[in-house]
Design a protein around this ligand. Structure first.
Ligand code: F0G
Length: 458
């Protein structure tokens, strides 16, 4: 399996430690088997998320020192504005403290009870922000996206026929805006093609529905378009990004992913009136429009991070590193979502542990075992994260797959770290039939995966 050469050298390091097996058992039990509740210094390789966990460059750290902390009109805001306008191309934007703040402001202004918001796959916070406003998020992934094994170069694509049907049935007036997530995080970190984005845009625009891109991993998506879609091989990542953003009316962005920062995000729109409402809400909830929820230094680091995230050498390394882990896991007989996506490996825990029914959360079982085996922290993106009760009949609706995600923080782990993950999984493969299911002993109403408590079944 090919491992890419890192296009950087390491200048600052953080020691990490491995607990003993007995200490890991104690840590997981104390956390009520919720991996989110395990203190980070009890984790050896942390693949919980790629969000805000990347390593900043020396230029970004220099930006931290150079940040202008003026309340109004900070130079760091104007530096960020220049990059956002150039790459994203929308007419207006406000910084927010992270992606979900942008989602919260957008849905809070536009979503009314009974409204529907379609996407390929909404991420958990996007979905929850729509639900708390009384709206209904609808996922319209293209056929094949709910199967782990089926190969497709753009498995994040939206089902355009289903989108047309939904609009016809719901009425465009009940759809305050439509979305697409690039790359499709909950669906396997899979890219969406330019052709599909064009189709989505045509449908939304022909119906007068504002089109918003959830852009967290837009640079990885643009890299896949360059690699896989005819006509883009010679275009720069920035040109490709500009092309797809020109198809939309706005974007929500978490800078913690392709912005290569530990905190930050923004909300960008073309519509002047909507922007006025956004600004007013921002001032109430986040901060003055030239800093949103951020310090000047955060904006400076994000401006620099957005530039670095577009670098093709970096993106090649990033995508190949993910592929190395994914292909190596597949070679061990672990069922992973194929083709390998951008920022993470998605293991089909339902297929890996067929003796554990979805009601007993095979994903939680695998996440727990990976921690107990190797101190590796992954996250369940299956029924705990995404199952919900139908408001009409109270029945539980489960997601198409019980996934476990191993997300790769940007520029953080080396090949030896990934090989440790592989060795841990290899040991689990050998004894997987002994793994047990789990039950939930407590859970909140929304976003239950973050704080739910679990107990293993006998
Ligand atoms: N949209 C997508 C597709 C995301 O993956 C995330 C966050 C958000 C929106 C929200 O952004 O965290 O800055 O508020 N995803 C992280 C993850 C948490 O682990 O995938 P945020």
């Amino acid at each position: 399996m090919e491992y890419p050469e890192e296009p950087f050298r390491i200048k600052s390091v953080q020691p990490i430690q491995r607990l003993t097996a007995a200490e890991r058992i104690s840590a997981l039990t104390k956390a009520d088997y919720n991996i989110f509740m395990v203190p980070a210094d009890n984790v050896y390789i942390d693949m919980l998320t790629d969000s805000g966990t990347g390593a900043m460059s020396s230029a970004q750290w220099a930006g931290i020192m150079n940040g202008d902390e003026s309340y109004a009109g900070a130079t760091s805001f104007y530096r960020l504005k220049e990059v956002v306008e150039r790459v994203f191309g929308f007419e207006h934007f406000v910084p927010t403290h992270q992606g979900r703040a942008a989602e919260h402001i957008l849905s809070g202004i536009l979503v009314k009870p009974g409204n529907v918001v379609p996407s390929n796959t909404h991420f958990d916070t996007t979905e929850a922000n729509i639900r708390v406003c009384g709206g209904r998020p609808v996922n319209l992934g293209a056929s094949g996206t709910s199967s782990a094994a089926q190969q497709h170069p753009f498995k994040g694509n939206m089902d355009l026929a289903a989108l047309r049907r939904l609009i016809e049935e719901t009425g465009a007036e009940n759809i305050p805006y439509g979305m697409v997530t690039i790359t499709d995080n909950a669906g396997g970190g899979q890219p969406v093609s330019m052709e599909n984005l064009r189709g989505i845009s045509e449908i939304y625009r022909s119906q007068g529905i504002p089109f918003f891109i959830d852009a967290c991993r837009y640079a990885e998506n643009a890299y896949f378009i360059k690699q896989r879609e005819a006509g883009y091989a010679d275009k720069s990542i920035e040109t490709i990004a500009r092309e797809f953003f020109s198809l939309a009316d706005g974007a929500t962005m978490s800078g913690k992913k392709d912005g290569l920062v530990n905190i930050g995000g923004f909300l960008a729109v073309n519509d002047r009136e909507l922007f006025t409402d956004i600004r007013n809400t921002l001032i109430l909830k986040e901060g003055f429009p030239t800093y949103g929820g951020l310090a000047g230094r955060d904006m400076e680091a994000m401006a620099q991070g957005l530039e670095e995230g577009l670098d093709e050498n970096y993106l090649e390394y990033r995508i190949k590193q993910t592929a190395y882990l994914g292909e190596s896991l597949a070679a061990l007989g672990v069922p992973v979502v194929k083709p390998i996506g951008g920022h993470a490996i998605y293991i089909d825990a339902g297929a890996f542990l067929p003796h554990i029914p979805v009601e007993e959360f095979p994903g939680i079982s695998l996440v727990s075992e990976l921690y107990l085996e190797g101190g590796v922290r992954g996250v369940e993106l299956g029924s705990v994260a995404f199952a919900h009760q139908d408001p009409d009949n109270g029945q539980w609706r489960h997601p198409p797959m019980e996934l476990v995600r191993l997300a790769i923080p940007r520029r953080v782990y080396t090949r030896a770290h990934l090989d440790h993950v592989l060795a841990s999984m290899e040991n689990i493969v050998e004894r997987k039939s002994t793994l047990r299911g789990y039950k939930i002993t407590w859970a909140p109403e929304h976003l239950r995966h973050f704080t739910a408590r679990f107990a293993p079944l006998d």
